[in-house]
Design a protein around this ligand. Structure first.
Ligand code: NAD
Ligand code: TDX
Length: 334
């Protein structure tokens, strides 16, 4: 099998490529990545000899057409992925997440290539803290930020290309991922690397917002199940029952560093900050028999902290610029 992986130098894509090369030696992987600030060639160093890497933009239709014409399937991870950036400047989100997805859809349509679309639970908006229902495949779309609106738009394009043009596509909407190779702009790596630097963690607003955490390897094992056995045209939600409020995540990270649970700063809140995400992954579990392997969040978090301690050379070059960008965007201690 020949597979095109877009965004393979990013967090989830790089982990997907590692897992694929290790567990499925018969699969030939080509990565297409623009190497934006979020892409890091070094994330693919452990598998560099075993894959093909193409430096390019998913919105480059000629390049995409040529690459798609040479594979059996596409897994599309590439995106602008950070909510805070989408509030500062939405345009790259429209360009990459919507126009870029359009470019891939036209190519898979032309070459009749199987396509899997990676998306997020954020397309469903947010839930009240006491809502007994979690998101499922029938939840109406209700995105809050430019990021989630651009992902929702891309999902809608996929659905239309399936129905109108017979494209063989599946979609997955996953909850918040954690694990190695995640950019230091994101919540968990930001706090871990702050603490390595002796800086207090930074909690947006009250910190009572809830995210549904899943280890990146569990996300990617679900993607493989869907790619191999998912029904064409179907959306699958991916989640591992990992709901935690942000404050308790910071407290766990502080404990791992031997610091007291209140040794953090409250900083300015994110405008439009979604309150709670929660996934009901029953369809994925019952229809495809998928189960997560990482069931203990604390253990997964400790392993992730260990990875950031051991791989400072990977994240250090991004750290200062990332923190300066937060300050420039107006973040201040409350
Ligand atoms: P990331 O920001 O770490 O990586 C994105 C990658 O895409 C980078 O390597 C970047 O260089 C590349 N890229 C960006 N624009 C491109 C373009 N125009 N052409 C080619 N490559 C381009 O993101 P991530 O966290 O790994 O997320 C991957 C996917 O998973 C995204 O589609 C995101 O919406 C989705 N997702 C993420 C999470 C999460 O918790 N991180 C949860 C659910 C879904
Ligand atoms: O310094 C911080 N302090 C803080 O309290 C940062 C960076 C974040 N937060 C909060 C905001 C969120 O409630 O932590 C939570 C998680 O924040 P992010 O890591 O920015 O993730 P989120 O906005 O939830 O979106 C993530 O999950 C869904 C990914 O970035 C998306 O790509 C994915 O679609």
């Amino acid at each position: 099998m020949r597979l095109l992986v877009t965004g393979g130098a990013g967090f989830i894509g790089a982990n997907f490529v590692h897992q694929t090369v290790t567990q499925r030696p018969g699969v030939h992987v080509t990565v297409l990545d623009k190497l934006t600030y979020a892409g890091n060639r070094a994330s693919l160093d452990p598998v560099a000899e075993r894959i093909e890497f193409v430096h390019g933009d998913i919105a480059d239709t000629a390049l995409v057409d040529r690459l798609v014409g040479g594979v059996d399937a596409v897994v599309h991870f590439a995106a602008e992925s950070h909510n805070d950036n989408s509030l500062a400047d939405p345009w790259p989100f429209v360009q990459t997440n919507i126009v870029g997805t359009y470019s891939l859809l036209q190519a898979v349509r032309r070459h009749q290539v199987r396509y899997h679309h990676i998306s997020t639970d954020e397309v469903y908006g947010d839930l009240e803290l006491d809502d007994p229902k979690a998101f499922d495949e029938s939840t109406p779309y209700n995105p809050s930020s430019p990021y989630s609106a651009s992902k929702a738009s891309s999902d809608m394009l996929v659905r239309a290309w399936v129905r109108s043009f017979g494209v063989r596509a599946t979609i997955s909407n996953c909850s918040n991922n954690y694990g190695p190779y995640q950019h230091v702009e994101k919540f968990i790596p930001r706090q871990i690397t702050n603490l390595i630097d002796g800086v207090r963690p930074r909690l947006y607003g009250s910190g009572h917002q809830v995210r549904d955490w899943i280890h990146v390897e569990d996300h990617n094992s679900a993607v493989w199940e869907i790619l191999e056995r998912g029904r064409i045209g179907q959306t699958y939600l991916i989640g591992a029952d990992g709901e935690r409020d942000n404050r308790s995540v910071v407290e766990l990270i502080l404990a791992a560093f031997g610091r007291s649970p209140d040794d953090f700063d409250h900083v300015t809140d994110r405008p439009g900050h979604d309150l709670r995400y929660a996934i009901d992954a029953s369809l994925l579990r019952t229809e495809l028999g998928w189960e997560p392997r990482y069931r203990d969040f604390r253990q997964g978090l400790d392993a992730t902290i260990g990875w950031y301690r051991d791989n400072e050379s990977w994240w250090r070059p991004q750290k200062a610029a990332t923190e300066s960008a937060y300050v420039a965007a107006g973040e201040r201690v409350l």
